[in-house]
Design a protein around this ligand. Structure first.
Ligand code: NAD
Length: 365
């Protein structure tokens, strides 16, 4: 109870792990340290009720170890709900390696990290995330079977980004169906913010359907490349949030729906790939609801990537990956309707579906 009245910095001092908001009942947190290779990693295992905790490894130059800890906890919790709402028999986990992926990632460091993953006996299964490549996962695979996202020629399911984009597209269509009564996106004005691996594939799906797509990115070369490949328009204004549009698709960073942007938004729908789009799930989810902006929950519609790697564990093929990803349409529609019926935010409605799956499985055990 004391923790409720402490400031975040006081909280960190008094209750550094169990007291953190993001700790949220993690089952296990593993700190991995190896002097010889310089490895400093944290593996967060949030929940394994539905299955082994699967989530990618991120390598990032964090400003502090606290930031690294917070990031891994937040991300692994997110994986629990993403897999649960998608109907996968997976728990939630994630790993972070502290350091610069460009200069500090060595084969020795990755192998040592793989050994730490192996020591958990399959409770945590790793995959790619920011700062990681398929080749890194291939290397980890030489010391542990508890890794996904390996190369296709080594039995992996390949690049997840087009599948993630397809799932986002399905979620976006479901949100359009809910909002406009039709899921046809032709002539809808869609702003895609961030045209990296997922954003570009989303632009392709959208332009194929005849949507009017505006693209924004901090990388000018990428903008020109994607504009030239598809019939998309580069956004040249200075405040994307305030533009008149039908759909805002955040595909770059998290927390873009925040105190500064939320009251400027004119979009009718928010549907994108970025994780943790709402800076504050409850507060901003509620404001969107009051403003009548339909938010397709990120952890629901960006699950294509996890569906793709899950195929490696369950041995299902491309057809089943596509079928499961297309089902994001049905789940999204169901959740948007549930939210309306129950008078809750769409984020809460998605969270409730995930939690009830976990609770039901717990009772069976
Ligand atoms: P990426 O790194 O390939 O692309 C991100 C793009 O965003 C880059 O082109 C970058 O220049 C751009 N960007 C960065 N800051 C920006 C800003 N302030 N404004 C506009 N653009 C900016 O990443 P990705 O794999 O395409 O993933 C995009 C998002 O989707 C990430 O948040 C990621 O966590 C999430 N996601 C990805 C997958 C997947 O399968 N790749 C799965 C689930 C979620």
């Amino acid at each position: 109870m004391v923790t409720e009245i402490l400031t975040p910095s006081e909280l960190k001092k008094v209750a550094p792990v169990f007291g953190q908001m993001s700790f949220d009942n993690h089952e296990q947190i593993v700190f991995c340290n190896d002097k010889d290779t310089g490895l400093k990693a944290i593996i967060g295992i949030h929940n394994t009720v539905l299955g082994p905790a699967l989530g990618g490894t991120r390598m990032w130059q964090y400003a502090s170890e606290w930031d690294a800890l917070n990031d891994v906890l937040r991300l692994s919790r997110g994986m629990t709900f993403k897999s649960a709402v998608t109907g996968l028999n997976l728990g939630g986990g994630k790993a972070v390696i502290i350091g610069d992926a460009k200069t500090q990632k060595t084969p020795e460091l990755m192998l040592r990290f793989g050994e730490f993953v192996h020591s958990l006996g399959g409770k945590y299964i790793t995959a790619e995330d920011v700062g990681m490549a398929t080749s890194d996962m291939d290397l980890v695979r030489t010391v542990t079977p508890y890794v996904t996202g390996i190369s296709e020629d080594k039995g992996g399911a390949g690049n997840p980004s087009p599948i993630t984009a397809y799932g986002v597209f399905m979620g976006m269509k479901a949100a359009a169906k809910y909002t406009y009564g039709s899921d046809v996106l032709e002539d809808k004005v869609v702003y895609v913010q961030g045209i990296g691996n997922v954003g570009e594939a989303l632009v392709e799906n959208l332009t194929n359907e005849g949507a009017k797509v505006f693209i924004s990115d901090i990388n000018q070369d990428r903008l020109e490349e994607v504009r030239d490949k598809y019939s998309a328009t580069i956004y040249t204004g200075s405040n994307l949030y305030a533009e008149q549009m039908d759909i805002y698709a955040p595909c770059a960073l998290g927390a873009t729906v925040n105190d500064d942007t939320i009251n400027q938004l004119k979009a009718k729908i928010i549907a994108g790939a970025a994780n943790n789009q709402l800076a504050d799930e409850n507060k901003h989810g509620q404001i969107l609801r009051e403003k009548g902006i339909v938010y397709a929950p990120d952890f629901l519609i960006n699950a294509g990537g996890i569906i793709n790697v899950y195929a490696e564990l369950e041995n299902y093929g491309r057809q089943e990956i596509i079928r499961k990803t297309e089902n994001i349409y049905n789940t999204t529609l169901e959740i948007l309707n549930n939210a309306e019926t129950n008078g809750v935010t769409t984020h809460q409605a998605a969270f409730d579906v995930a939690q009830s799956r976990i609770d039901a499985r717990k009772k069976e055990k």
